[in-house]
Design a protein around this ligand. Structure first.
Ligand code: NAG
Ligand code: NAG
Ligand code: NAG
Ligand code: NAG
Length: 407
């Protein structure tokens, strides 16, 4: 979500100036956080996910939330979130502020807080299109851009070495639609498709322990886009370049979320290649606001389909939501009149989607068979067939994405 997130950064900057407003909000919402705090010593999304045999349930967060007390009570609870992703502060635009300046302070704080809370990090992201303006504006050749990328990847991966369970090495390299094509970027313009293997090779050399991921959105909807990622994976494997996982970002729409079965089939396209998979940026937004009770129920069904699909695929390691409260979602800043996409309201009330995911996980930990009756280990069935309904939902999603990229 390139341009929207740039808009978000601007919004966050404005927010940082509004200290008085934030302070008032903390006092107001503190009472409501108490209920959520009650889960501190009990089960939460992460601890139940682990009991269900997965590695984690995680969330994106960033330094803009550090003074928000009720927020911190939830995000710091390792039973709730066992995996942390820095939403913005590990992106190239945030880290390399000038050719000679690497600014790690914000990202280091996110890592330190996660460590103090007993949480792991998914590190995000190395080669992407949110770039510092000096990188965007420079006049590159294939050779000079490859050298700049290799230097950046080496410096950043070595800086965070040991702190990252996984790196999103490259995200969103492909276009928005169902067609197979590379997104127009300085990478595709100057280097061509070779930028992906070059980035993965540089990351593998800098930290051989971290899991290396390619992540993208709309893989949930478009068989051709998913199959383009299959080709990327096979190309890396043929070159003996390390890739460990594929991330499904999971920016989905209420009422247009693929079924649990279809999502699991899409995940298996990659586990069949020997990779692990994860949902890395999950949010399920309402296409119009405010949501009705029926919409909230449909949203809950969507979250259950996504988390359920991960439960159904043995090498799906976990699910990360792209923030957990509507208060900090990127969506309203980028998609007018859409949103309320997360598990908690802006005033920290758990939504029906939260209750539904907790119920799904409780049920999954209460039996040795999956909630749909299949036993674990079933990784061969399904070849990524996606229903017509899902594809139509995808067109809706693409139409919306295309509109906001033009903004
Ligand atoms: C706290 O929750 C109560 C009941 O759930 C709600 O009525 C109230 O508006 C909330 N207050 C704030 C400040 O979020
Ligand atoms: C939540 O729990 C943490 C740690 O036990 C505590 O510091 C914090 O004040 C609690 N928050 C609320 C709103 O009760
Ligand atoms: C850039 O150089 C790399 C490495 O030599 C090569 O694989 C790639 O095809 C080149 N790209 C273009 C557009 O010439
Ligand atoms: C666990 O399974 C038992 C027996 O099937 C059932 O009675 C109980 O309600 C279940 N508990 C939960 C939390 O799902």
């Amino acid at each position: 979500m390139t341009k929207p997130r740039r808009a978000l950064l601007t919004a966050l900057t404005l927010l940082a100036g509004a200290g008085a407003v934030a302070a008032a909000a903390v006092t107001e919402t503190a009472q409501n956080a108490t209920a959520t705090n009650a889960t501190r010593e009990e089960d939460g999304l992460h601890s139940l996910m682990v009991k269900a045999g997965k590695m984690y349930f995680g969330t994106a967060t960033d330094v803009n939330t550090f003074n928000d007390t009720p927020y911190q009570a939830i995000v710091s609870n390792k039973n709730m979130f066992g995996m942390i992703t820095a939403e913005n502060s590990m992106k190239w635009a945030a880290i390399q502020t000038s050719p000679d300046t690497y600014s790690y302070a914000d990202a280091d704080q996110v890592v330190a807080k996660a460590k103090a809370n007993g949480q792991q990090m998914r590190c995000h992201t190395l080669v992407y299109t949110q770039l510092p303006s000096f990188v965007e504006k420079a006049s590159w050749t294939n050779e000079t851009l490859i050298a700049a990328m290799q230097t950046y990847v080496k410096n950043v991966v070595q800086h965070f070495k040991g702190a990252c369970y996984a790196w999103d090495v490259v995200i969103e390299a492909l276009g928005d639609s169902e067609e197979k094509h590379y997104r127009d970027s300085i990478w595709s313009q100057n280097i061509g498709p070779a930028f992906i293997p070059i980035a993965f090779a540089a990351a593998a050399e800098a930290d051989p322990e971290a899991k290396l991921y390619y992540s993208d959105y709309n893989l949930e909807f478009f068989p051709d886009k998913a199959s383009a990622v299959v080709d990327i994976v096979k190309d890396l494997q043929a070159r003996k370049i390390k890739i460990d996982g594929v991330g499904f970002e999971g920016h989905l729409i209420v009422g247009a979320t693929p079924s649990r079965t279809d999502l699991a089939a899409s995940l298996r396209l990659f586990t069949d290649l020997g990779l692990e998979v994860a949902f890395t940026e999950l949010d399920i937004r309402h296409a119009s606001l405010p949501p009705s009770d029926a919409d909230l129920k449909k949203q809950a069904d969507g979250y259950v389909a996504v988390v359920g699909a991960c439960l159904d695929v043995p090498r799906c390691v976990g699910v990360t939501v792209w923030e957990f409260t509507d208060k900090y979602s990127w969506i309203p800043n980028s998609l007018q009149h859409q949103g309320d996409a997360l598990l908690w309201t802006a005033d920290y009330k758990p939504k029906p989607a939260y209750d539904a995911v907790m119920a799904l996980l409780r049920a999954a930990t209460n039996t040795t068979t999956g909630a749909d009756g299949t036993t674990a280990g079933d990784s061969k069935s399904g070849v990524g067939r996606v229903s017509v309904g899902s594809v139509l939902g995808g067109f809706l999603g693409t139409a919306l994405i295309s509109v906001w990229l033009l903004l």
